[in-house]
Design a protein around this ligand. Sequence first.
Ligand code: ATP
Ligand code: MN
Length: 480
Amino acid sequence: MRSLKLSVKDLLSAGKPGEEVSIKGWVRTKRGNKQINFVALNDGSTINNIQIVIDVPNFNDDTIQKITTGAALHVKGKLVESKGQQNIELVAEEVEVMGECNPETYPIQPKKHSLEFLRENAHLRFRTNLFGAIFRVRNAMSFAIHKYFNENDFNYLHTPLITASDAEGAGEMFRVTTLDMKNPPLTEEGKIDYSEDFFGKSTNLTVSGQLEGELGAMALGKIYTFGPTFRAENSNTTRHLAEFWMVEPEMAFYDINDNMDLAEDFIKYTIKYALENCMDDLKFLSQRLTDEEKNKKADEKSMELIEKLNFVLNEDFARITYTEAYDILRNCKPNKKKKFKYLVNEWGVDFQSEHERYLVEKHFKKPVIITDYPKEIKSFYMKLNDDNKTVAAMDVLFPGIGEIIGGSQREESLEKLLGRMEEIGVPKEEMDWYLDTRRYGSATHSGFGLGFERLILFITGMGNIRDVIPFPRTPKNALY
Ligand code: ATP
Ligand code: MN
């Protein structure tokens, strides 16, 4: 007998007819008659189930009754060749029902549930084929990200989640405090006195690890962060979460072109990793997407999932400046016919996701990197170009997603950086630690942030960001 800890994945890939095995898992479905039952057993190791064959008269009625969808089973028996979907199946000799699952009350039935229903039962949705596939892919992608950076000599740097710097996105941050909200200490001017708070100052959850990441890059050369990020923006979209995971590489001696090369190489590596390691799950996800879109008109259907992943892998991303993108958008049909919600008619406007998607899906028909944005719509730390109007920013736009990466070459000149901070009103005193990178041994450097869930959306073909993170946090929703 082989080890007790064999997984269904092991059995399906390496089990041989004739072997005696023991396996544990949950019932996905049961069918059959008074003589013979076929149970599809799944333990989460793969989207595929092992079929358990149960010769009903050999077991007591009670056991057979308790084998219902969702029940946890321990099965011992012999592997035999199968003519079904898999090469082998397991003829049960002993069946123990470890945990019953009342079919009257169990919300997850062996039928198709809507994504909305599953979102409301997110604590149980892991048990469906769909969410099993999504979260296995998510796991594989996390691993691929660490593998990529490790193979390319990046240091994984842990930047703080609680931060005292609010330079990035005032107003969009979640406050961290232990003050009594009913009766906070006040200063003489009647403002809340944060000097009495836990950290002796006002603190928030981080919106990005970049500024701290730069400190690491300016000594370790190449670093990346990969951790939770928090934004209190009240955008109830299918692309925004209040708590999401961001990957932020930061590299000394990289200019904007090196930065773009890295971003493209990095994304392609993760996609390739998915194709090489997650094919069973991707096939399932592809079928889901095809079914989902079967009633759409031909020109509204998205490309088949695996074809789309290969397509992106094999295309060079288009690289254009903001000004070039602006010209394309200003002159395009939907703009002229006023089909866009926000019209593009003044250089300097920020692009909305409808514009980004037009460029990617209609104009270039492949991923696009836009650089050199007007400085007014980008952050203070981005390198000012010689035209004094634009900054060395880059956004990577993806089909179906819009912005997946935002990054830039950083302003390395202390003088120019101070000038920008002054213009925008970023407090200098609190940022002194950051300015030291420019005071002492400043150098060209660049970095970007990839929204991990947006990458998972792209790879799984899912449409709502709430479905690719186990426990979504969105405005008015923080269950579990
Ligand atoms: P957007 O314009 O889509 O709101 P952003 O410009 O605010 O994004 P950045 O600050 O550039 O985003 O963050 C880097 C990346 O993090 C984005 O490209 C995106 O992939 C991801 N991201 C940003 N905000 C969110 C969010 N609220 N939920 C999930 N991912 C996000
Ligand atoms: Mn951005």
